[in-house]
Design a protein around this ligand. Sequence first.
Ligand code: SAH
Ligand code: SF4
Length: 408
Amino acid sequence: MTVSLDLTADTTRDALRATPAKGELIGLTREELAEALITSGVVPERQAKMRVQQLWHWLYVRGVSDFADMFNISKDLRAELAKHFTISRPEIVEEQISSDGTRKWLFRFPPRGAGRPVEIETVYIPEEGRGTLCISSQVGCTLTCSFCHTGTQKLVRNLTAEEILAQLLTARDRLGDFPDRDTPAGAIVPAEGRKVSNIVMMGMGEPLYNFEAVKKALLIASDGDGLALSKRRITLSTSGVVPEIFRTGEEIGVMLAISLHATNDDLRDLLVPINKKFPLNELMDACRKYPGLSNARRITFEYVMLKDINDSLEDAKALVKLLKGVPAKINLIPFNPWPGSNYQCSDWEQIEKFADYINQAGYASPIRTPRGRDILAACGQLKSESERLKKSERLALEAMMIAGHGEA
Ligand code: SAH
Ligand code: SF4
């Protein structure tokens, strides 16, 4: 069953409050936040450090989205802050809840400068013992991987650090995942732990083509005095932007995933065209040099299972050979179809054979269970804004999935 809530009416007020002319405070580093407060004249220089600390707590520990809720800040100062700045959330255009508990949100952000509003999708996947939020880094993607739905939507623009973080903050709002009060010992977090325990940069877009904004957002998400997600619970997935891989480890320090999908250049050129620019030997070299790499901190190699394209036992052997010497995990992803896609998902039996071979070679190789298929929330199915599916296309897709391998 799919529950679809239209939250537009509830959030219109918030959207109106998000006047783009006001400065955004979310997504700024502490230094930038201090500077914004001082140069706007809202806070005198000598108070800046203390105010930054207060704001940081409200924004990232308590998750407030209205200055009025910051009760340890004077009413006058709250009014001044609200006059100059905004901390409001994006509009929630749609929230869908899958029969398996997966949630997908369509968020709308106000225009940047002269641009148009943009819409992006974010997915929440609850699992036993953890909850993963799949975050987008761009609206659309400049790359054109032939099996990916996002790749058919041309890049509209990079998301800002604020927009990347807003996905996490808004998801936490909707999941009731912020503590609702402070005690002298600190904020009270929900008893059963956080609903969003992990984040993956695996939504729409290529995060390493938006390096600076992604870096800022992830450093704030992992800041110990704020959102406090461990860097080991943050994974950035790239199609292979080789020149940025070392910096990712050095400057962000999160876990790395590589969308590999093929073990030779001829096939990878077709599936992941960025391979023509950064071929496999360069990619594997960059992986070997990834800072902090060890058996306890492995790189995840994602491998989409495409029937008769990359799923033979020969391919499995080539994969094991290619990864030799790299601390690696292999994540097999059953291909998720979308209208107009030219591929089929491998047969389940074949996926298992492939996985068995890899397991025997000593690799953990979980098969990623497709989640939220009924709401088109699975990997590679995200595609936003005006190009969202028409009802007829959605029905055609459902038929395709049933005819294919429904519950892989
Ligand atoms: N752009 C980044 C991150 C987003 S895609 C990247 O490519 O790594 C997240 C993962 O989903 C990638 O491994 C991507 O190759 C995979 N994917 C894309 N389309 C898919 C589809 N239709 N079925 C299954 N996996 C897909
Ligand atoms: Fe872009 Fe990743 Fe899709 Fe390739 S797989 S088109 S890099 S989002």
